[in-house]
Design a binder for this molecule. Structure first.
Ligand code: NAD
Ligand code: UDX
Length: 373
């Protein structure tokens, strides 16, 4: 038995691998687009997955280590034939075949990215290197040489199929690359004012290196890249105890606890609703521009104004309490979105006053607090 099977194995290994199914060459064959979303179990990632899954030609693969994300965010897709979920840490290489990569994996809330700063910087630098390595490996090469040697006609047909795809990788960078900005609002041409050794550096310097790596792979290896600089985004599915300001204020208002404004409260942010953000990311991926492109809502609010709005809309009885701030908190932030408007035809549609009640609804459900309370 043993010798038979080893003979058999030997014979098989000298055989050429089989050609792709003849169905691939049929007139009506249309291959699906395989899209990898790293960090797809997180807040923005899971909304992006929902949108990508709406297109029946998309197969979506999520790779996530569940540090700040959860399978719960993807529960409606688990078991779907066009969906796959992989527990994977992007600091380790990933060997799969994909046509596009949305690279989001990275904790985004300051509390979580400061929790293990070394891991945060590894996620940004090694994680991005691994995803660029994957993009380079699968990028538009398609094993032509092998097929060329074997079958010229087949190679031509594969070329026709392959040329339907433009392999691309999109990085979700951040407005934090502008640090504590001295230019206001921030255009993409501003190089920023970042503390390289501060407690936020693991994230903001990490994202700056990630942007550098994207452009180096683009220039050196011809990779198709896209970079979105995302400004503060909010909406349903944010972790309730995520620590970011909008989720904190809504959870506090619903629990009847004081809204904790970190001093001085005059610092500003611009808040974009998540469906607008997802729309911007997909337009950037599909369009011809590499970026970096700012994506955000230019409506600018102080943290006291935000607290007052949440109080008015959700629970007029709660107090607003001033608490101590954390180091290096940017004093002002507002995106200049002229490029997004001009190059992507994109601008956000949902105002803060319309987005907050949608998020309130989701938080009420998850916290089990109904409207009458
Ligand atoms: N939400 C915002 O306001 C905002 C602003 C600027 C940039 N961004 C960027 O957008 C992306 C998504 O942000 P979000 O708000 O959805 O955050 P999130 O924390 O909800 O999601 C991040 C996801 O990445 C996963 N992850 C973290 N480290 C990982 C690792 N090493 N390997 C695999 N998975 C890992 C987490 O488990 C989570 O599912 C991040 O890259 C973030 O930097 C977000
Ligand atoms: O309870 C709180 C939490 C936060 N804040 C303040 O609210 C402002 C916003 O803080 P957040 O923690 O929500 O977010 P930040 O603007 O600091 O960072 C954010 O922006 C860029 C993204 O890349 C990051 O992922 C995101 O968390 C800060 O000025 C902070 O001091 C409060 O006043 N109260």
């Amino acid at each position: 038995m043993a010798s038979n099977s080893s003979n058999g194995d030997h014979q098989t290994s000298t055989k050429q691998p089989p050609l792709p199914s003849p169905l691939r060459f049929s007139k009506f064959f249309q291959s699906n687009m395989r899209i990898l979303v790293t960090g797809g179990a997180g807040f923005i990632g899971s909304h992006l997955v929902d949108r990508l899954m709406e297109n029946e030609k998309n197969e979506v693969i999520v790779a996530d280590n569940y540090f700040t994300g959860s399978k719960d965010n993807l529960k409606k897709w688990i078991g779907h034939p066009r969906f796959e979920l992989i527990r994977h840490d992007v600091t380790e290489p990933l060997l799969i075949e994909v046509d596009q990569i949305y690279h989001l994996a990275c904790p985004a809330s300051p509390i979580f990215y400061k929790y293990n700063p070394v891991k945060t910087i590894k996620t940004n630098v090694i994680g991005t290197l691994n995803m660029l390595g994957l993009a380079k490996r699968v990028g538009a090469r398609f094993g032509f040489l092998l097929y060329f040697q074997r079958n010229l006609k087949c190679c031509y047909k594969l070329f026709l199929i392959g040329s339907n795809f433009l392999d691309r990788i999109l990085l979700t960078s951040t407005s934090e690359v502008y640090g504590d900005p001295l230019v206001h609002p921030q255009p993409e041409s501003y190089w920023g004012n970042v503390n390289p050794i501060g407690v936020r550096s693991c994230y903001d310097e990490g994202k700056r290196v990630a942007e550098t790596l994207m452009f180096d792979y683009h220039r050196q290896h011809g990779l198709e890249i896209r970079i979105a600089r995302i400004f503060n985004t909010y909406g349903p599915r944010m972790n309730i105890d995520d620590g970011r300001v909008v989720s904190n204020f809504i959870a506090q208002a619903l629990r009847g606890e004081p809204l904790t404004v970190q001093s001085p409260g005059t610092q500003t942010r611009s808040f974009c609703y998540v469906s607008d953000m997802v729309d911007g990311l997909i337009r950037l991926m599909e369009g011809p521009n590499t970026g970096p492109i700012n994506l955000g809502n230019p409506g600018e609010f102080t943290m006291v104004e935000l607290a007052e709005t949440v109080k008015e809309l959700i629970n007029p009885k709660v107090e607003i309490k001033m608490v101590e701030n954390t180091p290096d908190d940017p004093r002002q932030r507002k995106p200049d979105i002229s490029q997004a408007k001009e190059l992507l035809g994109w601008e956000p549609k949902i105002k803060l006053r319309d987005g907050l009640p949608r998020m309130e609804e989701d938080f009420r459900l998850r916290l089990g607090v109904d409207k009458s309370n």
